[in-house]
Design a protein around this ligand. Structure first.
Ligand SMILES: [Cu+2]
Length: 339
């Protein structure tokens, strides 16, 4: 994996660059879809793809402090804290850059699961030319169709006995852990959060803030507006798909990238809304300092050679999304008004 810095040099900053436009899967042409799938298969063949699986696994287990995760100051560097969004933005950028080395026309697709929440099993994403379908519950939940089935010969996933995956191959188990996908209403709860994150910057259901809500830790244990039990939004999609997506090795399933690309878009939309509502409060990130290690604004996002600060502006990073959310200025709220 190329973990080097891809920040534009001063010279290239001055020139207007053509931005990559990432599209929703329903808006991708067959050719765009096929180029993406071919690129992913090629990264797998080259051994580069598995480095991404490893990097994601690694950041969740002891890496930040010695003696983790038993260390009292231990924090997962990419989840359950403010760095969740910038860490995954950096991860996707590297992945997209590696794909574009294979074919410069490849763009990273995103899957807006709220569009499919009413009838998720019939989403085109599970078609044999996209991600392939559910795993076979009679055969270890193994995916049997599409480009990422073990039988295709192009997508080998190691057995992982630690997780009970005793035979090799990609696994999915739709609807086993949760029966529904997040809805547009669920998403708007996150979009309506005023602050990026709030102390103690963790995964407690009582913590408000855009990051904790969109990551999915704010549940009906603390928020009566949540209508479904258990994990929400980002987490819920991992659980709904199941199989490899249920575990730390979730990028073993390429649907990981389509899911996280949507999460990245949701963050970009929230950032644009905040920019409009409260331009003086830039950068709409917290904490700036004194927060958990690896999660502050100027901290480095291990193992990447970039900081949170450098992940804030997608256009500066060279891309945008096809359908940015419609921006409507929201009236300023009195500090005395109940939420
Ligand atoms: Cu995730």
């Amino acid at each position: 994996m190329s973990l080097r810095k891809t920040k534009p040099s001063k010279a290239s900053k001055k020139r207007p660059r053509r931005l990559i436009v990432r599209k929703e899967i329903h808006a991708m042409s067959d050719g765009e879809r096929d180029a993406f799938i071919e690129g992913v298969l090629e990264l797998k063949r080259l051994g580069i793809y598995d480095e991404y699986v490893h990097a994601h696994h690694h950041i969740m287990i002891p890496t930040v402090l010695c003696g983790e995760p038993r260390h009292p100051e231990y924090r997962n560097g990419a989840h359950q804290g403010p760095a969740f969004l910038p860490w995954h933005r950096a991860f996707l950028l590297r992945f997209e850059a590696d794909l574009r080395k294979i074919n410069p026309s490849i763009i990273l697709p995103y899957w807006d699961w709220t569009r499919d929440a009413l009838d998720p099993l019939r989403s085109p994403i599970w078609g044999p030319k996209w991600m392939g379908g559910n795993g076979d519950p009679k055969d270890h939940d193994l995916v049997k169709d599409g480009p990422f089935a073990q039988a295709s010969g192009k997508w080998h996933v190691e057995a992982f006995p630690e997780y009970g995956f005793d035979v090799p191959g990609l696994r999915r188990s739709f609807q086993r852990h949760v029966t529904s996908l997040p809805t547009p209403e669920d998403l708007s709860r996150a979009m309506n959060e005023s602050f990026y994150d709030l102390p103690p910057y963790n995964a407690d259901p009582t913590v408000r803030g855009f990051r904790n809500v969109v990551e999915g830790w704010r549940t009906n244990k603390a928020d009566p507006a949540v209508t479904t039990d258990g994990s929400q939004l980002h987490n819920r999609v991992h659980l709904w798909i199941g199989g490899h997506m249920y575990w730390m090795v979730s990028p073993s399933d390429p649907v990981f990238f389509l899911h996280h690309c949507f999460i990245d878009k949701v963050w970009a939309d929230w950032q644009a809304q905040k920019q409009l509502d409260d331009p003086r409060w830039v950068p709409h990130y917290a904490p700036m300092e004194c927060g958990p290690r690896g999660h502050n604004y100027y901290d480095r996002l291990k193992p990447f050679n970039v900081t949170v600060e450098e992940m804030m502006d997608i256009k500066e990073l060279g891309y945008q999304y096809d359908q940015a959310r419609e921006l409507k200025p929201r009236p300023p709220k009195s500090p005395f008004e109940a939420r």
